[in-house]
Design a protein around this ligand. Structure first.
Ligand SMILES: Cc1cc2nc3c(=O)[nH]c(=O)nc-3n(C[C@H](O)[C@H](O)[C@H](O)COP(=O)(O)O)c2cc1C
Length: 221
């Protein structure tokens, strides 16, 4: 399958005809899905980072595209930070793409299968996720990777949890040396959940001390 990702338009384009014309062209060329980041790109004057923030979001424009092309898969992207927001967007379109939310607050993904895919399994426990990452890191380090290249993408895992700052600090400083090993990940996890998985003693996130912590993850799932 071929998926095309696009914006509503660029610079001074009128997003009504511009998006329709692009969609028609890519569908005619055989595209199976169109993912629309629901803001224009201002190529003249804004950096890529600014272009993810400054041009205003227009979800209705994407909803209109879906109504005009009901048989084409239309997905939406841009500024969607929670599963509740994703559910609202899914009333109008076929799919939701999370970018920064998936990266900065990955724990929200724990509730995704139950919410949208009919799963009855309990959401994955972040501590168990870390333990799997420790196993993965072991394999990658043995192949010559550096721990930092793995852990830098895990900094947001405990976002919103009371231990999040400790988690980030231990990972950031501990993984910096070129010879850092998986004990750093284990120590960071222990600082959040209260026991090291390397000792076989991690209690898991659900057993963490603070009810507020539990509520945050459950509420986000
Ligand atoms: C660091 C970073 C790199 C990105 N690189 C790409 C890219 O190569 N291609 C692309 O289509 N979008 C890229 N994006 C944009 C995202 O796919 C997404 O469209 C954008 O972040 C808006 O969605 P969000 O508000 O859910 O993050 C990037 C975003 C970030 C934060």
């Amino acid at each position: 399958p071929v998926a095309v990702k696009c914006r509503l338009g660029v610079d001074e384009q009128d997003a009504e005809p511009a998006l329709d014309a692009l969609a028609d062209a890519v569908v005619a060329a055989g595209a199976d899905a169109i993912w629309v980041h629901a803001r224009k790109a201002w190529l003249a004057g804004l950096s890529p980072k600014e272009n993810r923030e400054v041009p205003p979001l227009d979800y209705d424009r994407v909803a209109r595209l879906k109504r005009r092309l009901p048989r084409v898969f239309i997905g939406i992207n841009g500024g969607i930070g929670t599963l509740d927001e994703a559910a609202r967007r899914l009333e109008d379109v076929d799919g939701v793409m999370l970018g920064r939310a998936a990266y900065h607050t990955p724990a929200i993904l724990a509730g995704l299968d139950r919410r949208f895919h009919g799963s009855t399994e309990p959401p994955p426990d972040p501590a168990a996720v870390v333990e799997e990452m420790i196993a993965y890191a072991r394999v990658m380090l043995a192949r010559g990777a550096r721990l930092h290249h793995i852990t830098r993408h895990m900094l947001g895992l405990f976002h919103g949890h009371a231990g999040a700052r400790r988690w980030r600090r231990i990972l950031s400083t501990g993984a910096a040396p070129t010879d850092a090993g998986v004990e750093v990940l284990a120590a960071a996890l222990a600082a959040v959940v209260g026991a090291s998985p390397l000792d076989g003693g991690a209690r898991g996130f659900d057993a963490a001390d603070s009810g507020r912590d539990r509520g945050l993850l459950v509420a986000a799932s």
